[in-house]
Design a protein around this ligand. Structure first.
Ligand SMILES: Nc1ncnc2c1ncn2[C@@H]1O[C@H](COP(=O)(O)OP(=O)(O)OP(=O)(O)O)[C@@H](O)[C@H]1O
Ligand SMILES: [Mg+2]
Length: 252
């Protein structure tokens, strides 16, 4: 359903041009969970921004169901590394607000927001303000806000990067649970190799400058995956293989 066809991205910086990405070709199926790994600066965020309609490709095409992605749309939900919540709104208002912006009446938007708060385990915190939440809870609220828009594709840029290890594992398990129940397509950027394996149906390794797809690695681990999955011996094999690729991608 998503096709990335010979996509490149160049940025103009002063009087020179930065070739940030590509050419990249990638096809993502509906309902697939794709994780993207790669060294810093190889163009992961740039690629995600093009998928979200925030940036346009310098050449090539990015298609969703055959239509070019040229601007942000409700079908495409984005979750950033740092939860960006309005500090002056309660958690519930933060989630309901973007729904209201789409023309949904307030009462209905609040109902929907409540349902999604429930899904991320924050039902008791609807009336709290963002500064009263822990980092993990804020990230949960941001996830609920994006999910409440009921997108088809969830784009996540190192969403758990700022969380402590234990919260991060909980969030990974929760995300896989929600994803399996929803039929969403997910594109998830991470620097954490174990996370990329645990979450992904396929891990796409980007590398080099400009970044290109070095390899797409299918993860043949049964679902549902749980904490125990991480000690499966195949995880160690995938880890070693992906480590090697990322290292080569950084050197390229
Ligand atoms: N708006 C911009 N203007 C100029 N150059 C940019 C812009 N955005 C990104 N770049 C450059 O494009 C390249 C890729 O950046 P990008 O943020 O996509 O990397 P990344 O893989 O997400 O890195 P990280 O892992 O550190 O987040 C970098 O060289 C970066 O400096
Ligand atoms: Mg990035």
């Amino acid at each position: 359903m998503i096709r990335i066809e010979s996509v490149t991205k160049k940025f103009r910086r002063g009087d020179h041009v930065v070739h940030a990405l590509g050419p990249v070709d990638l096809q993502i199926d509906k309902g697939e969970f794709i994780t993207i790994l790669g060294p810093s600066g190889c163009g992961k965020t740039t690629l995600l921004h093009m998928l979200g309609g925030f940036e346009t490709a310098s050449s090539g095409r990015v298609l969703l169901d055959g239509e070019p992605i040229s601007r942000p749309s409700r079908k495409l939900g984005m979750v950033f590394q740092e939860a960006t919540l309005f500090p002056w709104k309660t958690v519930l208002q933060n989630i309901a607000w973007p729904i209201e912006q789409t023309g949904v009446p307030r009462a209905q938007a609040l109902d929907r927001a409540t349902a999604y708060l429930d899904k991320v385990g924050l039902h008791k915190f609807g009336r709290a303000y963002p500064n009263e939440l822990s980092g993990g809870m804020r990230q949960r609220a941001a996830l609920a806000r994006t999910l409440a828009m009921e997108p088809e594709v969830l784009l996540m840029d190192e969403p758990f990067g700022a969380l402590d290890a234990q919260t991060r594992e909980e969030m990974q398990e929760e995300l896989t649970r929600m994803w399996q129940a929803s039929g969403l397509t997910v594109v998830f950027i991470t620097h954490d190799i174990t996370e990329s394996i645990f979450l992904g149906d396929r891990v796409v390794v980007l590398g080099g400058k400009p970044g290109q797809v070095m390899e797409t690695c299918r993860i043949d681990l049964p679902r549902p995956r749980s904490a125990a999955t991480k000690s499966d011996p195949r995880v160690l094999e995938y880890r070693a293989h992906l480590w090697d690729l990322v290292r080569r991608g950084a050197a390229a």
